[in-house]
Design a protein around this ligand. Structure first.
Ligand code: ATP
Length: 650
């Protein structure tokens, strides 16, 4: 099937029906023919109709969609969406945990000429309203009654909204009368629609028009609607597949929030282009349930955000602390071999003596216990990860490859690979893309900018922000600071977006300081540096607590913390007591002093700090859906404590 014409002279657009100039190169990876999402999907379905595409736990077993069944359901859902009144260039909002229905709704919206627009499950009704209204959603697909209630609460302020579809559980007959559909009923709506009703919409799709809206999670301000074109999606997915050498036999687990670009790229669009199998985790995945799915599925490719790796590390450290005697000695020895061996490999040297013994006795068993024994590629993306966590996994011979990018470049800009992996680097640029460090300082650090077919179309309806992000030459300004080494590997060294500028005019990058504090104080779960427009720097810290079923902190300290705090002479198991304990506070002061000792200038030293009675969490609003720190929200939530730091000093 031929795609529509892709001629446009514009680098960017903010119009829903806008088109952009595709940044095709004359040769190499950037020169491939542009494809729509539908074309890629159809090609895979024709190639592997009977192969497993999706697997989800239903009624005590795994329910499977083959690629053909998946395609048939997407076409049926697209017809139903047309019946419900989906207009071209209007959105279908999707609000729920990862499931086959999420994927089906996403692809159906796209092939019916609309936009797929994921809504974070953690959004409040108002935040859902923002996305639904801004994207002019005609239909919203929700997971369950809990999510449905959020939409019902704002429905009368959504003039474009025509129907709501719920994909798990039942819907009351009262609500059914008000255009709320159960999934099975929804799938039947388009049964009598002739194929050409969908076909003409498919034929009207153009690779240089918008397919998906990614609303940023708002860690730096209000969410922006990142317009991702068909070509952005299909080209980037194919490029990732090529460089990661993904094959149809690969298997992965879908569990990261699908409203985020990384999850959409890895879980929906990379499989669409390869024909690999996606298994769905249970909704409690990010609350600890993931490990069960990992052990059962044993994926061959696994992507985690930094917090997922940190949580795994915490669990394993807690287990390690209970190990004693010979077992402990062997584990400690193996870990030193693991780290040394992996660092040697990165520098082209041989692994040390004892490598295969350590592998047989320890590494392979740990991989098995984590469900990573078949995993060829385990990666981290979406936020900075500490060197400590990377080295911890290296010591277990689990190199966690870093991917760097953002929604505005459809996910990845650089990908570290086994061949190029250097701990602390995010790897080289994706082939076919350009990366430039703008105005580098004497050490080569400057703003990271990129260009290529992965760069988004613009922010829907927001010309000012789009002009800020994409310059006249088509360079996307990331707002991140980094440098590139002689081998072309990128190192992220700061984030302009979150740079603190003190009242004295000193620019302070908070992440390196926060990481140093965390490395010095292992029982600290989170910390945030404060000091924007202030006379000096201060810090809020949290102790690691047990979490409840919703992922909210409880009043009890975690086992790992208790292990450390007891050693410090604090016997309390309660957070409220521990944060006042003089021994703990003295240890924190020592950790802060050590971090201050490393500070490059007096203005970069932490002058005051306080422990918060609880931990940062998604329900608490301090962490975003990908577990990234939401700085503005933390500052406003703890304004009182912060004001006390500065009281009388300004
Ligand atoms: N590997 C990485 N190392 C360090 N930082 C990273 C890495 N990957 C992504 N980031 C950070 O995350 C940013 C991209 O965030 P993303 O596009 O996912 O937005 P978001 O979290 O949805 O929302 P917001 O724009 O509000 O932060 C990058 O600009 C960078 O600052």
């Amino acid at each position: 099937m031929a795609s529509g014409s892709t001629t446009s002279s514009k680098h960017w657009t903010v119009a829903a029906d806008g088109e952009v100039r595709l940044k095709q190169t004359l040769e190499g990876m950037g020169s491939t023919a542009p494809l729509t999402v539908f074309e890629v999907f159809k090609r895979t379905v024709d190639k592997y109709p009977k192969k497993d595409a999706l697997k989800v736990q239903r009624g005590g077993g795994w329910k499977t969609w083959t690629w053909h069944m998946y395609y048939a359901d997407v076409c049926a859902a697209a017809k139903s969406m047309i019946v419900l009144g989906l207009q071209p260039y209007h959105a279908v909002g999707i609000l729920g945990f990862n499931s086959p229905e999420w994927f089906i709704a996403d692809l159906a919206a796209i092939i019916a000429g609309g936009f797929a627009a994921g809504i974070y499950t953690t959004n409040s009704p108002e935040a859902c309203h923002y996305v639904a209204e801004h994207s002019r959603a005609n239909i919203i697909v929700v997971e369950d009654d809990r999510q449905l209630q959020k939409i019902l609460a704002v429905r009368d302020r959504l003039p474009n909204l025509k129907a709501i579809v719920q994909y798990t559980g039942t819907v009351s007959s009262d609500l059914k009368k008000k255009n709320v559909y159960e999934w099975a009923d929804f799938m039947q709506l388009g049964r009598d629609i002739p194929d050409f009703e969908v076909q003409w919409r498919i034929q009207a799709l153009k690779p240089n028009q918008c397919a998906t809206l990614i609303y940023t999670s708002g860690t730096t301000g209000n969410p922006k609607a990142v317009m991702i074109s068909h070509d952005n999606m299909t080209w980037t997915a194919q490029t990732c597949i090529n460089i990661l050498k993904v094959v149809p036999e690969d298997e992965l687990i879908s569990y990261l929030p699908l409203s985020h670009v990384a999850a959409q790229m890895i879980d929906i669009h990379a499989p669409l282009a390869t024909g690999l199998t996606v298994w769905f985790a249970q909704p409690d995945a990010l609350k600890g349930g993931l490990v069960n799915t990992l052990r059962e599925v044993r994926p061959t490719v696994f992507l985690g955000v930094p917090r997922v790796w940190e949580k795994m590390q915490e669990k394993m450290l807690a287990i390690g602390k209970q190990t004693t005697g010979l077992k402990k000695t062997i584990a400690t020895w193996a870990k030193s071999i693991g780290l040394e061996g992996n660092l040697s490999l990165q520098n082209g040297r041989d692994v040390p003596w004892g490598w295969s013994i350590a592998n047989g006795l320890v590494f392979s068993k740990i991989r098995e216990a984590l469900g990573l024994d078949r995993c060829r590629i385990q990666a981290t993306a979406a936020a900075p990860i500490t060197r400590e966590t990377l080295e911890y996994f290296l010591s277990l011979n689990i190199p966690v490859y870093e991917i760097y990018g953002m929604s505005e470049c459809s996910g990845p800009q650089t990908v570290s690979l086994p061949e190029t992996y250097r701990t602390g680097s995010c790897g080289p640029s994706v082939p076919g893309t350009e990366l430039r460090i703008m105005n580098p300082d004497k050490d080569g650090n400057g703003e990271i900018c990129f260009r290529g077919r992965h760069v988004f179309m613009g922010y829907l309806f927001d010309e000012a922000k789009t002009r800020e992000a994409i310059d006249d030459d088509g360079w996307l300004h990331s707002g991140d600071i980094g440098r590139v080494d002689s081998q072309g590997l990128l190192y992220i060294t700061g984030r302009l977006k979150e740079l603190l500028i003190t009242a004295g005019g000193e620019n302070v990058a908070p992440v390196p300081i926060e990481n140093t504090v965390k490395e010095n104080l292992p029982f600290i779960s989170n910390c945030i540096l404060i000091g924007d427009k202030r006379k000096f720097l201060t810090m809020l810290l949290t102790l690691r607590c047990e979490l409840d079923d919703e992922g909210a902190p409880t009043e009890r300290l975690s086992e790992l913390t208790l292990h450390d705090t007891r050693k410090l002479g604090c016997n309390s198991t309660l957070v409220a007591e521990a944060i006042l304990d003089p021994n703990i506070r003295a240890e924190i002061q020592r950790g802060i002093d050590r971090a201050n000792h490393k500070a490059v200038s007096a203005a970069q030293r932490i002058q005051k700090w306080e422990l918060i009675a609880g931990d940062f969490s998604i329900p608490g609003g301090e962490l975003g859906p990908t577990l990234k720190l939401k700085r503005p929200q933390v500052v406003s939530k703890y304004a009182e404590v912060i004001e006390r730091f500065y009281h009388g000093t300004e």
